[in-house]
Design a protein around this ligand. Structure first.
Ligand code: SAH
Length: 363
């Protein structure tokens, strides 16, 4: 089958030479016409992968309670930004808003913002969330100034493009993509200065050979979040798969119909992600004088917030089929063999006295 995005990427390589993995990822996921997220709804059993809010309503309910608790602890501000980055189908936000409906003043105070690049997903979000009067933004700079920001993002950071640096002996190169006999293949080029500056000292000096992943785009996004939190107060919650400590490792993965595939197979038809380096986020947040909570595991966060109790309550009025669904949803979210350990939760805020629930257990 002809693949127009493949031709576009190949032409780019023909005219400008080897492209970075970040360039390739950006085109595969975000090309305005043929990018993976731009053209489809990838979630669910029939799609390519399932995310936590799609597994069970309890995920969003717990985050809704967590936000409600913080809003009250912050003195119930009469106006605040409720922002989700990468809202997918809008399920997480819908569950958050349903859960917080009963809390006097919360809904009146919230100004709902969604940062989403995909027109297809925006249309699905609109169907679900229109009653809450959302505003879509492309950039954090588009948010109103001076009111607190409550930001949530589930499986957003893993979609931000990464570069791969490869160390062999004392030498560092960047893995890039070239054409050989008209097929994509990896080549190794000198690392440019800007990218070099993303590699922490401990990795630069490490004795081990291998791959190190760096994302200037993610770093820039975190910097903007940090500035926003410092300036306007509030809190940010990131949930994603990743590692608590900066380390070497090739974590780039390409997924289609719930299976891993080769990154060069059918560009634009599969999801490309990388594991998130939570230590990198923490280091930047500390440098920006924020308080870092976690990372903790998704299991510890959700059980700390009482997801078991919520499951029991839902089961009390459920039929047998619903009970099974609740049980398997709960399991999938918190089981250590499933999403429980792989997924990590981290929160950032400027106020050292703010007590955040769900972070009592370290890793
Ligand atoms: N949070 C959702 C979806 C996760 S998939 C869930 O948990 O189900 C990643 C989401 O981020 C998609 O909505 C995708 O379109 C969006 N996205 C990826 N890169 C983006 C970018 N650079 N800017 C805005 N949205 C982006």
């Amino acid at each position: 089958m002809p693949n127009p995005l493949e031709d576009i990427i190949k032409n780019k390589i023909r005219t400008q030479g080897a492209i970075t993995i970040a360039d390739y990822m950006e085109l595969c996921l975000g090309h305005p016409q043929y990018g993976y997220y731009m053209t489809r709804d990838p979630f669910g059993a029939k799609g390519d992968f399932v995310t936590a809010p799609e597994v069970s309503q309890m995920f969003g309910e717990m985050i809704g309670l967590w936000l409600a608790d913080l809003w009250m602890k912050m003195g119930s501000p009469s106006e605040f930004i409720l922002l989700e980055c990468g809202p997918g189908r809008g399920t997480l936000m819908e569950d958050i808003l349903r859960t917080t409906k009963g809390l006097a003043g919360f809904h009146q105070a919230k100004k709902l913002y969604l940062m989403e690049m995909s027109p297809t997903l925006k249309a699905i979000q609109k169907q679900k969330l229109d009653i809450y009067d959302p505003t879509w933004i492309d950039d954090l700079n588009a948010l109103p100034a001076s009111i607190p920001v409550f930001l949530v993002a589930n499986e957003f950071l893993d979609a931000l493009p990464i570069h791969q640096l490869v160390k062999t002996g004392q030498e560092w190169t960047e893995r890039r993509i070239e054409l050989k006999d008209d097929a994509f293949h990896f080549v190794y080029k000198p690392v440019d200065k800007k990218l070099k500056s993303c590699v922490p000292k401990k990795i630069w000096e490490a004795q081990t050979d291998g791959v190190f992943e760096a994302s200037p785009i993610l770093n820039q996004y975190i910097k903007s979040v940090d500035i926003l939190l410092k300036k306007q107060n509030g809190v940010t919650l990131f949930v994603d798969y990743g590692h608590p400590e900066t380390a070497m490792g090739d974590t780039l993965q390409t997924m289609c119909s719930h299976r891993f595939v080769n990154i060069f197979d059918t560009p634009g038809h599969s999801d490309i992600t990388a594991h998130v380096d939570f230590e990198n986020i923490a280091m930047q947040a500390w440098a920006d004088e924020l308080i870092v909570h976690g990372p903790t595991t998704q299991r510890s966060f959700l059980t700390g917030l009482g997801i078991d109790v919520r499951a029991q309550r839902l089961m009390a009025s459920a039929n047998d089929a619903q009970k099974d669904a609740l049980r398997s949803g709960l399991n999938r979210l918190i089981d250590t063999e499933q999403m429980g350990n792989l997924f990590k939760v981290m929160a950032l805020c400027p106020d050292p006295n703010l007590k955040l629930e769900g972070f009592d257990e370290g890793l």
